[in-house]
Write a protein that binds this ligand. Structure first.
Ligand code: SF4
Ligand code: SF4
Length: 214
C-alpha cells in the first residue's frame, strides 16, 4: 500500500479532531458515552475511505499478538457471515460488529476512522439532504435522550428549557460525506480515495496473516 500521504492525512485529522472535540465539549450535557459502551461499534457498515483504512492498518501494526489474533479471527468471521448473508438475502445490506472491537473497547482507538470519531453526535450534512440525524442510542436512553421527543423525532424545546442547560442541543454541521470532501483533502495534499464498508477493504487487499504483511 502507498502510505506516502498518510502524514498529510494526519495533519488534516488533527484539525478535524480539534473541531470534533470542541463540539463534544459544547454538547456535553447531552452526551452519555462511557468506557464499555460499544453499541455504536456493532451492527453497522462502517464506511472507510482508502486513506482511513491505511491509517487503521498502521494501528493494526501496534496490536499485541493476542489482540492481533483476535482481530484476524473477527475479520474471518465477518467475511464468512457476509458470504452467508448474501446467499440468503442478497437484497439486504450486510451489517456486522467491527472486527477491531475487543472486550467492548476499540483496539485501534488513535487510528480509527472519521465515522468512529463522530459516533454519538447529532449531525446534518448541509451538502446532502440537510436532515437532522439523531444518533440511534438516543432512542436507547443514551446521547440526547434527555431532550429527545420520540413522537416527533426531534429535539424538545420544552425539555431543553426545563433542564436549564446553557448550550442548546445542536447538530455537528458535517455528515460523513462532507468530512471526506475532496477539496478539503486537496488543501492538505492527499486524497481520500474510494469509500467502502470496512470489511470490504479486507476483501480487496486481503487479510494480513502476520504483522509484516501490511
Ligand atoms: S474502529 Fe474502533 S471505534 Fe471504529 S467501529 Fe471499530 S471498534 Fe469502534
Ligand atoms: S455514541 Fe452512544 S452507543 Fe456509542 S459509546 Fe456513546 S452512548 Fe454508547
Amino acid at each position: 500500500m502507498d502510505n506516502s500521504k498518510l502524514g498529510n492525512y494526519l495533519l488534516f485529522l488533527n484539525v478535524i479532531q480539534e473541531k470534533i472535540n470542541k463540539f463534544f465539549y459544547d454538547q456535553r450535557a447531552y452526551i452519555f458515552c462511557k468506557r464499555g459502551c460499544s453499541k455504536c461499534c456493532r451492527q453497522s457498515q462502517f464506511p472507510y475511505t482508502e486513506i482511513e483504512f491505511r491509517l487503521l492498518m498502521e494501528g493494526m501494526r501496534t496490536l499485541n499478538q493476542t489482540d492481533l489474533t483476535q482481530v484476524l479471527e473477527n475479520i474471518d468471521k465477518v467475511i464468512k457471515a457476509k458470504e452467508e448473508h448474501f446467499k440468503n438475502s442478497p437484497d439486504n445490506k450486510f451489517e456486522y460488529d467491527c472486527p477491531f472491537l475487543i472486550n467492548d473497547g476499540c483496539s485501534v482507538y488513535p487510528y480509527r476512522g472519521l465515522i468512529c470519531r463522530c459516533f454519538g453526535l447529532m449531525s446534518c450534512n448541509p451538502e446532502g439532504d440537510n436532515k437532522l440525524k439523531i444518533p440511534f442510542c438516543a432512542y436507547e436512553g443514551l446521547n440526547y435522550s434527555n431532550v429527545l421527543d420520540k413522537e416527533t423525532d426531534s429535539m424538545s424545546k420544552e425539555k431543553f428549557e426545563a433542564l436549564g442547560f446553557e448550550n442548546e442541543p445542536k447538530a455537528f454541521n458535517a455528515g460523513y460525506g462532507s468530512l471526506i470532501d475532496k477539496e478539503f483533502a486537496r488543501g492538505f495534499d492527499f486524497e481520500f480515495g474510494e469509500v467502502k464498508p470496512l470489511i470490504e477493504w479486507f476483501e480487496k487487499f486481503g487479510k494480513p496473516e502476520k504483522r509484516d504483511d501490511y
